[in-house]
Ligand binder design. Sequence first.
Ligand SMILES: [Zn+2]
Length: 137
Amino acid sequence: MKHKKYQITCPYCDSPALFRPASMVHGSSVLEKGRYLYICSRWPACDSYVAAHKKGKRPMGTLANKELRHKRMLAHRALEELQQSMHMEKWAVYLWLQGHLHLNEEQAHIGLFSEQMCEQVISLCRQLIRTSTGTTA
Ligand SMILES: [Zn+2]
């Protein structure tokens, strides 16, 4: 199969993103082998990138700066906590998320979320965990 070329632009500075090995940003470690990122062409002046899927090179979302990357990481973690404490399947967690944020399947990816949406995810998860573990009849 032919790989589609993904042309994405940095949302912070409007520069094109480049498909580069993750070691360019994270340093060469064994863990990063075979991993790729879309990195803003102005990096490191513009600290913005997003991981690529191993298969098909598709970007996992939109480019994110340090703060947004951190927020997305926290949102992922909140969903994992929810999944574990509620004994939910991953798909069920995302279905729940879609319903609460009024998103379709295509839109319900943390990689596409803004900082605000990540915060919403985190507080939704906390609420649900709190109500389910707090008051049991
Ligand atoms: Zn940039």
